[in-house]
Design a binder for this molecule. Structure first.
Ligand SMILES: Cc1ncc(COP(=O)(O)O)c(C=O)c1O
Length: 395
């Protein structure tokens, strides 16, 4: 079979990817690149990874037939319940993989960035589990709007350091984590939380998240007698839950891949994070990708009501999916996401994370047939977002 989506040995998906890093980080990235494929392929790694995903994370997560949502939208809608993972979101699939890798590389300290705090909590969790020192960088603005997650990280023993530059959100936290890694290159592993960063991070994170679509295939076969849905829908911040949900379908063109970005107050309002609609090729956090930027190449401050989607770029694999037309990209505004979050709560008894609510809102924007099977990746639960739901108030 012709492979449509694959990464080359330099970390490029078509025109996007690579490793654009300062000299100081070369040894770290080289060490990771030279060892990760080998370590991940080892039976011992695989055994530990699978055992922790099963007994600690609680995998496989259910594929739930959402009857009332299906009736409302006139299609067969299944929810992949990543909200039921330990810690409440898909992020932990990746942190389990990376912490085992870090141990095998002999690292002593872990650093991470976080936006919504879910990746920070997932990192603090695996560091507690493995007895590793943990520091998480988080935008000051995000620390305020995702306060429960800040306290969870602290209870778990992590140090949370505010990033105070720019819009004080995910981009700024990532800048800070990268700076810290440059200062502590030898004993520290940087657990990046999405399919972003220099090669091999985007492919590594996608592989750890690919368990999502591996399970969807088996579960759909059992429930529908076929492995392939007609559509898979997932929200995209950096793009890790989408990459995991799409992974085993990249090269199955009959499965439509719907990637949902945050359009904030409107794509062209100046307050948005709709990268594919607004972005141009550029370098962000070590890889070439689509990036919201000014005429002279300065990164534009993004905006979204959801901290996890409030990022001016997307992972290189998604830039490639966009450029080749393999992925369909949709922008969802704050208000529509919030309404969708309430609708799912009322119809299915599940309060989704506001990131995930964007994926649900896309049901109003994409066309599908009445007998289509749609899988929505329910990337996380809404507990962390209660403050935002309450402030919005329209329920
Ligand atoms: C529940 C949830 N979904 C989605 C995202 C977006 O990240 P990604 O695009 O890497 O899946 C986040 C980020 O924090 C999140 O917490």
């Amino acid at each position: 079979m012709k492979t449509l989506i694959a990464v080359d040995e330099k970390g490029f998906y078509g025109n996007f990817g690579g490793a654009y890093i300062p000299e100081m980080l070369h040894p770290n990235i080289e060490e990771l690149r030279d060892n990760y494929e080998r370590i991940v392929a080892e039976p011992d790694f695989q055994a530990q990874f699978k055992s922790l995903l099963k007994d600690y994370v609680g995998r496989p997560t259910p594929l739930f037939y959402a009857q009332r949502l299906s009736e409302k939208y006139g299609a067969k809608i299944y929810l992949k319940r990543e909200d039921l993972c330990h810690t409440g979101a898909h992020k932990v699939n990746n942190t389990i993989g990376q912490i085992i890798l870090a141990k095998k590389l002999g690292k002593k300290r872990i650093i991470a960035e976080t936006g919504a705090g879910q990746h920070g909590v997932a990192t603090a969790t695996v560091c507690a589990l493995m007895g590793m020192d943990c520091t998480v960088y988080m935008g000051k603005h995000d620390m305020e709007r995702q306060r429960p997650n800040v306290e969870r990280m602290r209870i778990l023993g992590a140090k949370v350091v505010p990033a105070t530059s720019g819009s004080q959100t995910l981009k700024d936290a990532t800048n800070e984590a990268m700076r810290q890694w440059i200062n502590n290159p030898v004993d520290t592993h940087y657990i990046i939380g999405s399919v972003v960063g220099p090669h091999p991070y985007p492919e590594m994170v996608a592989r750890f998240q690919s368990v999502i679509s591996e399970e969807i295939k088996a579960q759909l076969l059992e429930k529908e007698g076929r492995e392939n849905p007609d559509l898979v829908i997932a929200c995209v911040g950096g793009g890790s839950n989408a990459a995991g949900a799409f992974y085993h379908y990249y090269n199955t063109p009959e499965v439509r891949l719907i990637a949902v970005e945050a359009a904030g107050l409107g794509v062209f309002s100046g307050k948005s994070a709709a990268t594919t609609a607004l972005g141009k090729p550029g370098i962000l956090h070590g890889s070439k990708t689509l990036l919201m930027q000014t005429e002279d190449g300065q990164v534009t401050e993004p905006y979204s009501i959801s901290a996890g989607l409030d990022y001016p770029g997307i992972g290189p694999v998604h830039a490639h999916l966009f450029e080749t037309g393999r992925g369909e990209f949709v922008g969802v505004e704050d208000e529509d996401a919030m309404l969708a979050g309430i609708e799912v709560s009322r119809l299915e008894g599940i309060i989704p994370a506001i990131e995930t609510a964007h994926a649900f809102a896309a049901l109003n924007q994409v066309k599908y047939k009445s007998d289509d099977v749609i899988v929505i990746n329910l990337s996380g639960r809404g507990d962390k977002d209660l403050d935002t739901y309450i402030k919005w108030g329209n329920y």
